[in-house]
Write a protein that binds this ligand. Sequence first.
Ligand code: ATP
Ligand code: MG
Length: 355
Amino acid sequence: MTKTLLLLPGDGIGPEVTAVARRVAGRLIAQGLALQVEDALFGGAAIDAEGAPISDETIARAKAADAVLMGAVGGPAWVDQPFDNRPEAGLLKLRAAMNVYANLRPARCFAALADASSLKRIFVEGLDIMFVRELTGGVYFGEPRGIETLENGERRGVNTHVYTSSEIRRVARAAFELARTRKNEVVSAEKGNVMEAGLLWREEVQALRDAEYPDIKLSHMLADNMAMQLVKNPRQFDLILTDNLFGDILSDQAAMLTGSLGMLPSAAIGDAGKPGLYEPIHGSAPDIAGRGVANPSAAILSFAMALRYSLGRADLADRVEAAVSAALDAGARTPDLGGTMSTAAMGDAVLAKLG
Ligand code: ATP
Ligand code: MG
């Protein structure tokens, strides 16, 4: 049966990089992949055209699709809007509607990039870490929250770090399932020494492992120690499970060990059988938007993750990833990688290797 990919190009370099991912999808479709690619307005582009960052219709189409691939949202044109009418609010709304609670972020080094002298400083050869970050709970969403003025005139900002056992277990399950396709190892990070939700996190992850995943080697690490270990000896990690807050910080940190923002894809997935949301980790990059120089690799690799985790085609995901790797081996480089290729030329180089 033909599957559906909903493309949400978004703002800034989003449309530029997703155009290349669309060409890669088109090539596979021409070779027999049963996929239909549709698109919809999202982010600032949707605010300008429809008055809101995402319409109810687009949300319904995202939930009905097999996978959603987005570019990036946001930019200087919309920063002065009230939060509910900012591009970023559209993204939070979409994530909540799709119930994608597990954020998969690979931090992986491509061997060819070790040669690019500008990147050598931070490149950690052979690094291949998968982060599984809880995405829809924790301190970013906990109630009560807000800024209040006290009787003595002082102002107080409040956020609440809260997790329920089911929120912890569903993301831990996603991590354990993924670990079975990798090295059967999970390191879980929290601050159970000072945070109650962190202590519950540790207990629930361990209990699920003991009850259902005895084949997985599980260890626990305090998040601050993990920040240190990621710099000291990052190759000790294969799969890292974290909450929303620590995962935000630690996965960004690990990402920078690999070289460039332009190379890094991500996925957000929920319950089995439900569509995942795939996107490059980079933003809309207003500083280079419209110049045709953005690196499309993260968008292409995000499409590969969609093939692997939502479209049931791990074989094609392997082929797309190998094509990106081979293009880099052959010297293909956009300016962020120290080269001079345009976005389209980088896409051509990947397509040439895809065959
Ligand atoms: P956001 O808040 O949307 O995450 P950000 O402020 O973190 O955005 P990005 O938009 O990710 O920033 O850009 C950070 C820097 O990295 C910018 O200088 C941008 O030009 C560069 N950059 C990001 N993505 C790419 C890419 N695909 N190719 C080349 N350079 C990129
Ligand atoms: Mg950012």
